[in-house]
Design a protein around this ligand. Structure first.
Ligand code: SF4
Ligand code: SF4
Length: 76
């Protein structure tokens, strides 16, 4: 199981999803997928920058593509 990421304003502000190639290529509108879960929109994988994100570092996250896979806490 991944760590539980808190869905709060500070983490939302730190999330770098909108800068990522997958985000730009797809029509994603959300943020903080590691805490909130999968995106409502479908996404096509084109690279994930989660490993560079301060939230991933803070919570020791080890996976990419939370926008497609869902919350960190739900992932093995
Ligand atoms: S780890 Fe990924 S999904 Fe989570 S806040 Fe950072 S960029 Fe967004
Ligand atoms: S979870 Fe990863 S692939 Fe998805 S939008 Fe965030 S940085 Fe991009």
């Amino acid at each position: 199981m991944g760590n539980l990421v808190v869905d709060n304003a500070q983490n939302a502000q730190s999330c770098i999803c909108p800068q990522c190639p997958t985000y730009k290529k797809s029509e994603l509108t959300g943020i903080l997928y590691c805490a909130k879960g999968k995106a409502a929109e479908s996404a096509e994988a084109a690279g994930c920058i989660c490993p560079n994100c301060p939230v991933a570092k803070q919570y020791n996250l080890d996976q990419p593509y939370y926008c497609m896979k869902g919350k960190s806490v739900d992932l093995k």
